[in-house]
Write a protein that binds this ligand. Sequence first.
Ligand code: FES
Length: 153
Amino acid sequence: QSYYKKADEIIEEYGRKESSLIPIMQDIQAEYRYLPGELLTYVAKEIGVKEAKAYSVATFYENFSFEPKGKYVIKVCDGTACHVRKSMPVKEALMKELGLSHKKHTTDDMMFTVETVSCLGACGLAPALNVNDVVHPKMSPEKALEMLEELRG
Ligand code: FES
């Protein structure tokens, strides 16, 4: 299966050693936009790391995701600076436009994922969000919807 073949290539690149775990996981996530559980198990076995350890490392770093994510990951900041400047209405507007409920973070066509984060390190630009790690400053519901339109192309 090409799934495992791809993992094999990545493993070869970094070598079968414990210190390769994080770079391998990063490459797998870059490839699939998440960390499929069966691949993590496979990698752990191949490089000789205990499966439980591989999972705890992956869980520790919040950039790793066990869930498939959309092509565009929108992180709306709800840290103090952004919250008081009304970041949550921005998130609500995006969720509503994308038909997402509070339990659902990713659209069915895997185009968009909407998440909340606790600070983007851009408090002076509040309310801020980022899309695939690019910061969008001083958002409003209207600006957020315009941004969606642009992303939809
Ligand atoms: Fe939103 Fe810091 S609180 S960027």
